[in-house]
Write a new protein. Sequence first.
Length: 416
Amino acid sequence: MAADRTSRKGLSASAIRNAKPKEKAYKLADRDGLYLLIKPSGIRYWRMNYRFGTQQRTLSFGRWPEITLVEARDKLLEARRQLAKGLDPYNQAKLEKIAKSLAAANTFQAIGDEWLDKIEKEGAAQMTVKKARWLLRKVYPDIGRRPISEISAHELLLSLKKVEATKRYDTANRIRTACSQVYRYAISTARAERNVASDLLGALVTPKTTHRAAVTTSGEAGALLRAIDGYDGHSLTRTALQILAHVFVRPGELRWAEWDEFDLERRTWTIPAHKMKMGRPHAVPLSEQVIRLLKEIEHDASYSSFLFPSLRALDRPMSDNTLNAALRRLGYSKDQMTAHGFRALAATLLNEMGNWNPDAIERQLAHADGNSIRRAYARGQYWDERVRMMQHWSNHLELLRDGATILRPQFGHSGS
């Protein structure tokens, strides 16, 4: 197929538009080896012929008009640069195509779901995985189908700003943190080179830190315990609040408590790792008062595996709003007391007593210790103290409930 003659300046846009298909395919030569192959069907391809080593090759740059004359010339120039470096443009084009295919498969959502699956297999608490999945789904509609390596910081920021615009500042920041974790995973698995989420640190409105409302004085605690004892709603809800005050676990850990986690003979409740925020099993010594409350619960494992099942479905625990709603019914606003506030109450009063090692209190609160050796040592060292502390705490709560005067040590004063 001989190429039709063109001027030394190459093809023009009008020459391309006016070229008619023929019975056989023919070429319209441009310059520097670029030509337009016109098929009998009228489809037109930009191509170049070149020699690499001993092989004669043809490289296609795409179809006209999807690829314009200017774009085809740019592609030709890039191919010639590759040849000058000793690279085969044909092989480079194949590698680029493979890379694009892999990038299309490695979307933000695909890698995000993969990361969620990874942390779940590693033992992250169910609630942690659930929250992370909920956060990531906020940005999936905007960037979920985009190759993670192609998402710009500005693109992610626009998605986060949508959440921020609803004044959910804390949620927007937590989404950015979750996205950053996905990016770190993508980088470690060679699917991204840069964490654009970390570039956005400080770009969002920083929410004002608010502490969960909690009763933290002995007098307030006594009034609260008396109010709970007089709760006239469902008896299981009352029992759940009573137990929560004694064991001060996270509310979700109590709601999801199951009968087979309790050893009443050894007076121990062992919460499995997947239910814990920190992803590690946690043992709770059970006082005599807690044992008595557990035995007062009218149903057992044959009725539901949960201590506090939902009234609508026995295979689910009570709603996460049940305990807070009960506190509202007792007259405590969300600014006065929450179900989570029992942890602050216990931490405050136990530390004020001065009788217990602060590390033992922290261990009972299941707060993380970053040092794994220290953590292992603490488990063995503080268990006996925690058993004594939890019984003392239950005894103390009974005194507060009954209105007894609590004598506090007066440090720094000598007797007369």
